[in-house]
Ligand binder design. Structure first.
Ligand code: KIV
Length: 272
């Protein structure tokens, strides 16, 4: 009788493993907000972001500004429960980290304890460097997010592509340098012109994760619902891989017709 070797236990991706991918095989990432979709994404993604875009995507908010900490924790828990492989990164929502490094630590520690995620993400470059250093020195891995930072959309006057004016490039480059020196293990580059994202990627020693940035980035991320075809007006930088919106509409329409014509339930779906 042959004895099968025991299956290797699945290990979660770690922060150092993601950091070590600088310049290597591109890092695959998507957002997820609930357990079932996260379980599917988990089979392909290196890290999953529980992004505060969930306020707009799942809860119909106008921007990410209104997202409360408890909502991030609730969705973070669901995603951690639904996954075993990918590193889970949870966004710190607006108003939970900007005031002081102490406040940021308190809220980041709450996120990590209550969700069991592996890292947090926060928006801001040089202005957040002190906070990033404070968190990383105290055991909280931080992914930084620069370029178009949606939590500052009121200051920016909307969701504006960054770096269109070449004179602004040194500021973005300084942001990338500052968060890296402060200890961020990766940087999301959102909504910035392609050559700037490519330059930053060459300049920093940690992986850059692009969204509306450049193929030169060390990895890419998209909002899952956008790439699945659930957003009727996806941003230009989204490549739509699915037609989930149409599929849901078609399924719901056929269900409604079946209920109205008493074609559902049939013999197969009832208990005798
Ligand atoms: O909240 C989010 O989904 C994000 C991504 C756009 C990077 O921060």
């Amino acid at each position: 009788m042959s004895v099968e070797p025991a299956a290797k236990p699945v290990r979660r991706m770690t922060v150092p493993q993601i950091a070590a991918r600088k310049g290597g095989a591109p890092i695959v990432s998507l957002t997820s907000y609930h357990a079932h979709t996260a379980a599917i994404v988990d089979r392909y993604a290196d890290f999953i972001l529980v992004g505060d875009s969930l306020g707009m995507v799942m809860h119909g908010m106008e921007s990410t500004v209104g997202v409360p900490l408890d909502l991030m924790i609730m969705h973070g828990r669901a995603v951690v429960r639904g996954t075993k492989r990918a590193l889970i990164v949870v966004d710190m929502p607006f108003g939970t980290y900007e005031e002081s490094p102490n406040m940021a630590f308190r809220n980041a520690a709450k996120i990590m304890k209550e969700t069991q995620c592996g890292a947090v993400k926060l928006e801001g470059g040089a202005r957040m460097a002190e906070t990033i250093r404070f968190l990383t020195e105290r055991g909280i891995p931080v992914m930084a997010h620069i370029g178009l930072t949606p939590q500052s959309s009121h200051v920016m006057g909307g969701f504006k592509t960054q770096g269109r004016d070449e004179d602004s490039w040194p500021l973005h480059e300084a942001d990338a340098k500052a968060v890296t020196e402060a200890g961020a293990f990766a940087i999301v580059l959102e909504g910035m012109v392609e050559p700037l994202a490519a330059r930053i990627t060459k300049q920093v020693p940690v992986p850059t994760i692009g969204i509306g940035a450049s193929v030169e980035c060390d990895g890419q991320i998209l909002v899952l619902e956008d790439m699945l075809g659930l957003n009727p007006r996806p941003p230009k930088f989204v490549k739509v891989y699915g037609a989930l919106g149409e599929m849901i509409e078609d399924s719901v329409r056929r269900y409604a017709e079946d209920v109205q014509s008493r074609a559902f339930p049939t013999e197969v779906q009832v208990y005798r």
